[in-house]
Design a protein. Sequence first.
Length: 559
Amino acid sequence: MKTLKTKSSVLTEGDSRAPNRGMLRAVGFKDEDFSKPIIGVASTWSDVTPCNMHIDKLAIEARRGIRENGGAGLTFGTITVSDGISMGTEGMKFSLSSREIIADSVETVSQAERFDGLIAIGGCDKNMPGCVMAMSRLNIPSVFVYGGTILPGKYHGKDIDIVSIFEAVGQYSAKKISKEDLHEIECRACPGAGSCGGMYTANTMASAIEALGMSLPGGASTPAEDQKKKEECYNAAKAVMNLMEKGITPKDIMTKKAFENAISLVMALGGSTNAVLHLIAMGHTVGVSVTLDDFDRISKKVPHLADLKPSGKYVMYDLYKVGGITGVMKMLLDAGLLHGDCITVTGKTLAENLRNVPPLKAHQEIIRDLRHPLRPTGPIVILRGNLAPNGAVAKVSGLNSTSITGPAKVFDSEEAALESILKGRIKSGDVIVIRYEGPKGGPGMREMLAPTSAIVGKGLGDKVGLITDGRFSGGTHGLVVGHVCPEAQVGGPIAIIREGDSITIDADRQSLRLNIPEDGIKKRLKSWKAPGLKYKRGVLYKYAKNVSSADKGAVTDLS
């Protein structure tokens, strides 16, 4: 087994390493363990969120798998932030920056302890890209395990989830439901452990990582509280040992074609716009160029097939029951929409993994077949124009209208916009502008779930537009455009919009425009002055000083 100790031998071999071994003996190592490869288990356990509250038990299963398959395991923790709890508050500014902290912390511990392999188990949104980014930097045999989706709640015979509560706030404000209804929806929407149930960011990224080849087949759609999730953690240990024996590392798996597979699956599922941000960042970290143009190109050829929330009817558990993510990938592979020759953490290719996967169940409405798509092209659309010279991101699934021209209602923060929406100041035909919420300007690029859900709750979901240099929750739907680049804080054109200016959002033409003469735009930009950073020290100050633009993935190590 010493041949598998590519890094840990410097800690465990030789008389001079007696002190190192002494420390390891204190945590349970025996003589025989020092000849085994040391595999780290990065646990994102936390009871600050249902997404992660069960991961301690999953980490125990991973450790058992390591022990019973010839390795020596060490578990360590990293952070998580609950987007659903911090949403709409100053706390949400720390969400995206937590992705970088997770990546940095997993890299730090793994490098310091000289792990030969790594299993990471994540739940809430930023855990997944953060852990995979760390794996990319480490480039040691690694497997990611998704903690799994929550089961849906029930109210009046209908499935509900966390987004149902956000939308109920708008419905109650509009006097469409009673206070009792609001309270009951609040109490019933989140019935146990697991990540938010629709095709929101957590389920989107779990699916993308499975298509990327960095997690075991089927893991993205297995519910958090299913016994199979524990079995997956045990099997992840066997997979890491196999990867070490074969010398397969993340850079062998996370190729350009693998990222194209991930993007293709996201399009077919109608996934979160956050996938754009995270996949670009993951590509940067592993040394693969992933750009907005890749999303644009793939969107034009991959249809939207999944009738999943937020724009559809169903949740991930429904998809699990009819064949899961592997079933969808099998269909896409058979249609020539995935690269089957990409190597995965099983040590086999994607095509080999899917060879014996049964087709999706017949006569179900959750995943359309390729002849009857919800939309013939992908629902994530890249927009450009004089308001977004470096690009912006929209999601058009479930929309009756994909364009609007209207007067700007301008807000320099999410809170100001939400207050105006709830007080009835936004009218049909308006285009809401929320700026200074980008990676630097926020800082932290908050998700605008509270305003967008309030708009839907008010019955204005298909009647107003919204643009922002912030981003959106995977639970957002409507005629909304995020990731507007350059952001306001660095002098992007979104900074010089004035109240009442005419703005056009046209997703079909992939255009985002401020309808004033170009010389007027130049004049306004010339007189614009950058505001000071909102934080002068601490995490968000460091983040704002170092973070890249959204079209570069909002990473903090861009050279």
